[in-house]
Design a protein around this ligand. Structure first.
Ligand code: ADP
Ligand code: GLC
Length: 500
């Protein structure tokens, strides 16, 4: 089966969050199951400046229609290395300097004003490119709002790319809060007829909605956990698209993300001072703590448990609850805290002020630092993820692998991946972390207190740590589920395009 993965970011080329981790790892897992996978992403400046994998020019260039203009696409090529005998996965990067040679992927505090045009260009370029492949693809798997037009183009403008006409499309939603909503005149840039601009297809309160477009036109739709798949079919989880999503309920699958067990492996992680596994997790974490302490300029590692937060400083991540927790517990002297994140400038400023009031207890690193994220997972005892909503979440899965106990709010994928350490779950060996439900600082602090209590019981804590490290969150089983979705889509007729 030939599968095309289309997304706006993929690790290690360009990353702002979990989407990149997924698109960087799922292709390899599918390839190990025997699929022939190709990935297409934009040629962001970051992909060249990070220089983690060599990128070459293919010499291919073609014009892409964006409204009445033609824009040049220059195609670059790289690969994701194959593993366990499976071949490398080819990655094409669609270049256009005006659109993608920029300092960040989507903008800063404000989005780039031409984001719709950039991703209209990219989505259309993907079809132009795939139509030129020697072997046509069977499945076109697109992700998030940036590529929501891909399933629409494949159906609505099928005659332009005849070699893709038989393919089936799957659109995966990673976050309902980012829908790619733009003013209606951007319809002109898409080249799609205005009759599709109606409330059942591309229109959304008078505007163009690219995520809705993907959901409506794709043959199959999925999201990144079963709980989130249920949550988004009603308000508030659906972010006003709950009607559209529940109408597609029969073809809306929820598949939990896996993790790249090679990139995230405490037994072989170049960002850790020494590798560790279950047997020597105590020593490994101590070494990581010492390395972190010296990196942060401390005189010595702190003997208190280290509670960390790693993530985007965005409302979604429960940043308000993080403030609340720090205010409640930083003065207690019972733990040390570290926040690694970047995002909302007001949250960054607030955290700077808070950290300054508790020197020696709260460490703050504002920025996006992949290596430091690994070191923190190694060094921390607990990772807090108090998200207001969480489609899947990957940091809790990295935490489990690194023997760092997650403390999570019971929402979305966090429900599907973390089992609360009740006395029963601890006794039967299913516990993997601590959960709380209410969006409330008291409930969050209570979950952290429970974790600190267990931490004080060294034997029981260590046995929990060793057990969670054994959990298998590799991509294998999730990739099999995607493969079944693909097979099912191929065996079913395409979703018809209604013209209202
Ligand atoms: P989301 O995609 O919603 O941001 P996920 O948990 O799925 O959340 O994925 C977040 C990814 O981004 C993880 O790989 C995490 O380690 C990484 N990450 C988030 N913030 C930072 C940061 N400030 N520095 C380094 N890595 C970060
Ligand atoms: C989104 C979600 C996150 C998920 C990631 C990858 O960014 O916020 O929960 O893990 O996508 O699917």
């Amino acid at each position: 089966m030939r599968v095309l993965q289309v997304a706006s970011e993929a690790a290690p080329f360009a990353k702002t969050g979990g989407l990149a981790d997924v698109v960087g790892a799922l292709p390899g897992a599918l390839s190990r199951l025997g699929c022939h996978v190709t990935v297409v992403i934009p040629a962001h400046r970051e992909a060249f400046s990070s220089r983690r994998l060599p990128i070459e020019s293919t010499g291919w260039e073609f014009d892409v229609a964006v409204g009445t203009r033609k824009q040049k696409a220059k195609i670059f090529q790289s690969h994701l290395p194959g593993r366990d005998g499976s071949p490398d996965v080819t990655v094409y990067l669609v270049g256009n300097d005006a659109y993608f040679d920029r300092p960040t992927l989507y903008g800063g505090a404000e989005d780039y004003p031409d984001n719709s045009e950039r991703f209209i260009f990219f989505s259309r370029a993907v079809l132009e490119l795939a139509n030129r492949f020697e072997e046509p693809c069977d499945i076109i798997h697109s992700h998030d709002w940036q590529t929501g037009l891909v399933p629409a183009y494949q159906k609505v403008l099928a005659s332009q790319w005849p070699r893709l006409a038989r393919a089936r499309t799957l659109h995966t939603i990673h976050n309902m809060a980012y829908q790619g909503v733009f003013w209606h005149w951007d319809m002109l840039l898409t080249g799609i007829d205005w009759r599709y601009f109606n409330w059942q297809q591309m229109e959304y309160f008078g505007q163009l909605n690219l995520l809705k477009t993907g959901v409506v036109f794709a043959d199959t739709v999925s999201t990144v956990s079963p709980t989130y798949a249920r949550e988004i079919q009603s308000a508030p989880g659906g972010c006003s698209l709950e009607g559209v999503l529940s109408a597609r309920g029969d073809s809306l699958a929820g598949i939990v993300n896996g993790i790249d067990t090679e990139a995230w492996n405490p037994g072989n992680d170049p960002h850790l001072p020494r590798p560790y596994g279950e047997a020597d997790v105590v020593e490994g974490k101590y070494a990581a703590k010492a390395a972190l302490a010296s990196r942060l300029g401390h005189v010595a590692p702190d003997p208190r448990p280290l509670i960390a937060f790693v993530g985007r400083l965005a409302e979604q991540k429960g940043i308000g609850l993080v403030f609340d927790l720090l205010e409640r517990l930083a003065g207690s002297g019972r733990a040390r805290f570290l926040v690694l994140g970047t995002g909302d400038p007001r949250a960054e400023d607030g955290l700077r002020r808070l950290a300054a009031s508790y020197p020696g207890t709260i460490d703050l690193v504002i920025g996006f630092d992949e290596g430091l994220a690994h070191l923190v997972q190694g060094a921390a005892d607990m990772l807090v993820i108090p998200s207001l909503y969480e489609p899947c979440g990957l940091t809790q899965l990295y935490a489990l692998r690194y023997g760092t106990i997650p403390i999570v709010r019971a929402t979305g994928g966090l429900v599907d991946t973390v089992v609360d350490a009740t006395p029963e779950a601890l006794a039967d060996g299913t516990a993997s972390g601590f959960r709380f439900s209410a969006v409330d600082g008291g409930a969050f602090a209570h979950a952290v207190e429970r974790a600190l209590e267990l931490h004080a019981d060294t034997d029981r804590w260590q046995s929990l740590v060793r057990r969670v490290m054994q959990e298998d969150w590799s991509w294998d089983s999730s990739a099999r589920k995607y493969l079944r979705l693909y097979q099912h889509a191929l065996a079913s007729p395409p979703t018809p395009v209604r013209v209202p």
